[in-house]
Design a protein around this ligand. Structure first.
Ligand SMILES: Nc1nc2c(c(=O)[nH]1)N[C@H]1C(S)=C(S)[C@@H](COP(=O)(O)O)O[C@H]1N2
Ligand SMILES: [Mo]
Length: 523
C-alpha cells in the first residue's frame, strides 16, 4: 500500500473506532442513541415521499436493511475521504469527523424519547475517532517521509526504491499495524456494544410471561366457513409471523409493561393516567379486525387479519370526558410517531380498542407490545399507533399527525378493495381454474364480489362466511378457462351496496383504488 491507500484505510479505521466507541457508550444509554441509529431515524423522518414510495415498492419491508447498508457505504466513503484530506498541520479530516459527530449528536438529542445523555455516544465516538485519525496520519506522514528519502538504486524506479528500503518497510508495518488494531477494536466494540445494548432492554422474556385476560364477551371462534382453504388463497386469519409490519422505527421499541403508562389529556374534563395493571383490571374484549396500510398498492400485501384482545376505547375516553368541540384523537407512540383519528370513530360504538393481544398471544414487540391502538375501518397511519403512551383529545384544525405533516390525507377511512390471490399468474392448463382472493371494506362489510374475464360480463363470485364486517372476506370463482392470453378482473361491493371505484389512483394521499387484475396465459 502506498500513502494514498494508507490514508483512506486510516480514515475508515478511525470511523470504525468512532462507531465502536459510540455503541459501547450507548449500552448505558439507549441503542437508539448511536450515530447510525440516530442519523438513520433522521433520514426516515425526512425522506421525501417519492423516494419512500420507491424504496417500499422496490425493497418492501426490507427498507430498513437497505437504509443501513446505504448508510454503511456512505460512512466508508466519507471516512476514506477524511483520511485522504487529513494532514497533521491541516486537520480537514478531523473537521469532517467533528461535523458528522455534531450531526449525530443533534439527530440523537432530538429523538422523541431522548435526554441530553443521548449526545454522549456520538460525542465520545467522534472524539475517539479523531484521536485515532490524528495518530494514524502522523505515522503515515512518517512513512511518506521515509519513502521520499529512500535512495533509488541505479536501475530502479522510485517505488521500487521505497519497496526495497528497510526503513520504509518498518514504517509501513507500523502504519498497517495501527490500522489493523483500530479496525479490530472498533468492530469488536461495536459488536459487543450492540449485543449488550439490545439484550439489556429486550422485552421478549417478560412478554413470554404475560398471561392475557379472558375476554368478557364471547371469545373469538372463527366460523370454519370463513376459510375456503383454496391453495394459494390467504388464510382468513393471518398468522402473527406473516403479518405485515409498517412503522418508522429503525429498531423495534422495547417497552416494558412495568414501565408503560398512558396519559389521556387535552380537551377533556379529567386527565387520566393508566398503567398496565389498571388496564388489566378492566373488562377485556376480543374482536376480529383487518388492518390495512394506506401504502398498500392494488394487489399488495400490506393488509392482514387478526383477532385482537384489548380494552374498549369508547369507555376509557368517556371516563376522561372529551369536550363537545373536540374532534380528533392524537395518539403518540414512545418513538414519537403520531396518528390523528376522528374522535367519532373511537366513540361511535365500533370496537376501537387499546389492544394487548394478537391472535391469542401478547402483542409481538414489532406489532406494538405492550399496548397499541386498533380501530376498525381506518387505515393504520391514522389509527393503529403501536407502543402507544399518550392520547391527546384535540381538533383537526389544531393538530397534525406524523403522516399528515408529510402530505397524506388527514382522514383515512379504508377504501373498498379486492385482491386476487390465485392464480398467481403465468401459464395454466385450459379447463377449470379456481380464481380466489380477499375483499375488504372494513366496518361496512362486503356484500358481493364479481369477476370478469377480459372484456366479458361481470359474474358473481361465491363468498365465504363473514364473521365480522370489520374483516376481509374470502371469495372464489370457478372459471372454465379457454386457450390464449387472458386478464382476470375482480371488484367488490360493500355492505352499503356501493361498488368499488374503477378509477386507478396511487396510494398518496389517501389510498390506492382500481379493480384487481391478473394476467394469465392458458394452454
Ligand atoms: N409507533 C408506530 N405505530 C404505527 C406506525 C408507526 O410508524 N409507528 N405505523 C402505522 C401504520 S402506517 C400502519 S399501516 C400500522 C401497521 O401495523 P402493523 O405493523 O402491526 O401491521 O401501524 C401503524 N402504527
Ligand atoms: Mo400504513
Amino acid at each position: 500500500m502506498a500513502g494514498r491507500e494508507l490514508r483512506i484505510a486510516g480514515g475508515v479505521a478511525a470511523a470504525a473506532v468512532t462507531l465502536g466507541v459510540a455503541e459501547i457508550v450507548a449500552v448505558l444509554i439507549s441503542p437508539d442513541s448511536t450515530p447510525l441509529q440516530a442519523i438513520g431515524s433522521l433520514i426516515v423522518d425526512h425522506t421525501p415521499d417519492g423516494v419512500r414510495e420507491w424504496v417500499i415498492g422496490t425493497f418492501g419491508t426490507k427498507d430498513k436493511l437497505v437504509l443501513f447498508i446505504s448508510m454503511g457505504v456512505v460512512a466508508v466513503l466519507v471516512a476514506g475521504l477524511a483520511g485522504l484530506a487529513e494532514r497533521v498541520k491541516r486537520p480537514i479530516g478531523s473537521a469532517l469527523f467533528a461535523a458528522f459527530g455534531l450531526l449525530a449528536v443533534i439527530a440523537a438529542v432530538t429523538r422523541a424519547d431522548a435526554s441530553w445523555t443521548w449526545a454522549l455516544p456520538a460525542l465520545l465516538g467522534a472524539w475517539a475517532g479523531i484521536a485515532v485519525l490524528r495518530s494514524l496520519i502522523r505515522r503515515i506522514e512518517d512513512f511518506d517521509a521515509a519513502s521520499a528519502g529512500a535512495v533509488a538504486p541505479a536501475d530502479g524506479s522510485e517505488t521500487a526504491a521505497a519497496e526495497a528500503d528497510p526503513d520504509v518497510a518498518v514504517e509501513r508495518r507500523l502504519v498497517m499495524r495501527g490500522i489493523g488494531i483500530a479496525v479490530a477494536s472498533g468492530a469488536a466494540a461495536g459488536l459487543v456494544g450492540r449485543v449488550l445494548g439490545l439484550r439489556k432492554r429486550d422485552v421478549s422474556g417478560e412478554r413470554a410471561e404475560v398471561r392475557l385476560p379472558p375476554p368478557s364477551g364471547p371469545q373469538v371462534a372463527v366460523d370454519p366457513a370463513a376459510d375456503l382453504r383454496i391453495p394459494g388463497l390467504s388464510s382468513y386469519l393471518t398468522p402473527n409471523s406473516d403479518f405485515y409490519r409498517i412503522d418508522t422505527a429503525l429498531t423495534v421499541p422495547q417497552v416494558s409493561k412495568d414501565d408503560w403508562s398512558l396519559r389521556i389529556h387535552g380537551m377533556v374534563d379529567r386527565e387520566i393516567r393508566l398503567n398496565y395493571a389498571d388496564l388489566g383490571s378492566r373488562q377485556a374484549i376480543e374482536k376480529l379486525v383487518t388492518l390495512t396500510c394506506v401504502s398498500n398498492p392494488v394487489g399488495g400485501d400490506l393488509i392482514g387479519n387478526a383477532s385482537w384482545l384489548g380494552y374498549r376505547l369508547d369507555e376509557i375516553l368517556a371516563e376522561a370526558g372529551p369536550h363537545p368541540d373536540a374532534d380528533m384523537v392524537l395518539s403518540r407512540s414512545i418513538d414519537g410517531f403520531t396518528a390523528g383519528s376522528p374522535l367519532a370513530a373511537l366513540t361511535d360504538g365500533r370496537d376501537a380498542m387499546l389492544a394487548v393481544g394478537m391472535n391469542g398471544e401478547p402483542l409481538p414487540t414489532a406489532h406494538g407490545y405492550p399496548v397499541r391502538m386498533v380501530v376498525p375501518g381506518l387505515y393504520g397511519y391514522v389509527s393503529a399507533t403501536k407502543w402507544v403512551t399518550d392520547i391527546e383529545i384535540t381538533r383537526f384544525d389544531r393538530a397534525q399527525a406524523y403522516w399528515t405533516r408529510r402530505g397524506w390525507s388527514e382522514r383515512g377511512p379504508i377504501k373498498t378493495g379486492t385482491r386476487i390471490d390465485t392464480p398467481a399468474g403465468g401459464k395454466l392448463a385450459a379447463g377449470k381454474v379456481t380464481v380466489a382472493g380477499v375483499a375488504w371494506a372494513q366496518h361496512r362489510g362486503i356484500s358481493a364480489v364479481e369477476v370478469r374475464i377480459d372484456q366479458g360480463a361481470w359474474q358473481p363470485a361465491r363468498l365465504a362466511a363473514e364473521p365480522s364486517i370489520d374483516t376481509w372476506r374470502q371469495w372464489a370463482f370457478d372459471w372454465d378457462a379457454t386457450s390464449g392470453p387472458h386478464t382476470i378482473w375482480a371488484r367488490s361491493t360493500d355492505g352499503a351496496g356501493v361498488v368499488q371505484t374503477s378509477d386507478q389512483a396511487g396510494e398518496v394521499p389517501d389510498g390506492a383504488t382500481g379493480y384487481a387484475s391478473r394476467f394469465v396465459r392458458i394452454g
